[in-house]
Write a protein that binds this ligand. Sequence first.
Ligand SMILES: [Zn+2]
Length: 82
Amino acid sequence: MDITDFLIMDWEGDQILADPQGSNLAFCCFTCRGPVLAVALENQRGWDEEHPAVCRRCGAAYLLGIRPHAEKLYIHKVYDFE
Ligand SMILES: [Zn+2]
């Protein structure tokens, strides 16, 4: 899915600084500000709880909530590693 110009928001609906390009989404971990890469494709990073996008630094896990018609994407936190 091409999410290049989508509005990227956190789970509360606040816009965040992120970099969507093609089906890839780079953003900073909400816990430690480490780099996280998610991919808006089935069974890729961030697709569901079995395929979360995981922070390389602290292990926090995220899911993408994609709203294609609204061109919006919500980032949901699954858990913190701590
Ligand atoms: Zn982190």
